[in-house]
Design a protein around this ligand. Structure first.
Ligand SMILES: C[S@@+](CC[C@H](N)C(=O)[O-])C[C@H]1O[C@@H](n2cnc3c(N)ncnc32)[C@H](O)[C@@H]1O
Length: 225
């Protein structure tokens, strides 16, 4: 049973998504599904720019006020943890913990302002991996940011297999970022997923992208039919 107190809401911006997934202007014309988008502002800003994005997350069963209140109760705790682990991050694009807080809060406020309209337009769907409620190949591109591999220990190998398989079912291409677990440590599941989906006939590659905040975390997995 998924509950809001299990989630630490933390949302990234459209610009960060574009760099994490090396999205080109042409790719922003594709049908995109974001899996585990949470309070990121990718959907809000992409929609304003004319991109068709559907975001799925179990957090979307809650209303804006519930999500806002969860953001408010966890925000300082996340920044404190970041302050205690400064070396795990690269402070070039975002230069300080305070700036990080401001950037994340701006993205989450943008999400919250768009949430009611996005729900009415079926752009925010209460759904969770590994079972997405969409027919096969409903999308060109499935993105997953800061869920798979990041929570390697918590989610486990069976979940990763099932989640990636379902993203490959609903979209012709899947991209996952980052490939590091929490604590900026390497995830043993990366190699296992490369091997497993390679054996199943997919083309799997690991590419360097123009985004690195977790130190060493500038690798993205691309899986194609
Ligand atoms: C760390 S946040 C990342 C949010 C966003 N993708 C970003 O990068 O800014 C992880 C998100 O995964 C969502 N999540 C947890 N379990 C999930 C599942 N089984 N399927 C889809 N999303 C899930 C959480 O609700 C949360 O919003």
């Amino acid at each position: 049973m998924f509950t809001l107190d299990q989630v630490v809401p933390w949302g990234r911006s459209f610009d960060e998504y574009r760099r994490m997934f090396a999205l080109t202007d042409e790719e922003l014309g594709l049908r995109i599904i974001g899996c585990g988008d949470g309070p990121a502002s990718f959907n809000a800003e992409a929609t304003r720019r004319g991109t068709r994005v559907v975001s799925c997350d179990p957090i979307y069963r809650y209303d804006a006020e519930q999500i806002r209140s969860r953001i408010e109760s966890t925000y300082s705790q996340i920044l404190d943890q970041t302050r205690q682990n400064l070396d795990e991050f690269v402070w070039t694009s975002i230069r300080s913990v305070d700036e990080l807080g401001a950037v994340r809060m701006a993205a989450m406020n943008d999400f919250l302002a768009d949430y009611a309209a996005g729900k009415a337009q079926a752009r925010y769907i209460d759904a969770e991996l590994p079972s997405l409620p969409f027919p096969d190949l409903s999308f060109d591109l499935a993105l997953c940011s800061h869920l798979l591999f990041l929570y390697t220990t918590q989610l486990g190998e069976v979940f990763h297999e099932g989640a990636i398989r379902d993203m490959c079912r609903v979209a012709s291409e899947v991209r996952i970022f980052p490939l590091l677990a929490l604590g900026a440590t390497s995830s043993p599941l990366v190699e296992r997923m490369v091997a497993s989906f390679g054996r199943q006939g997919y083309r799997v590659s690991i590419e360097t992208v123009p985004y690195e905040f977790q130190r060493g975390g500038n690798g993205m997995m691309r899986i194609r039919r």
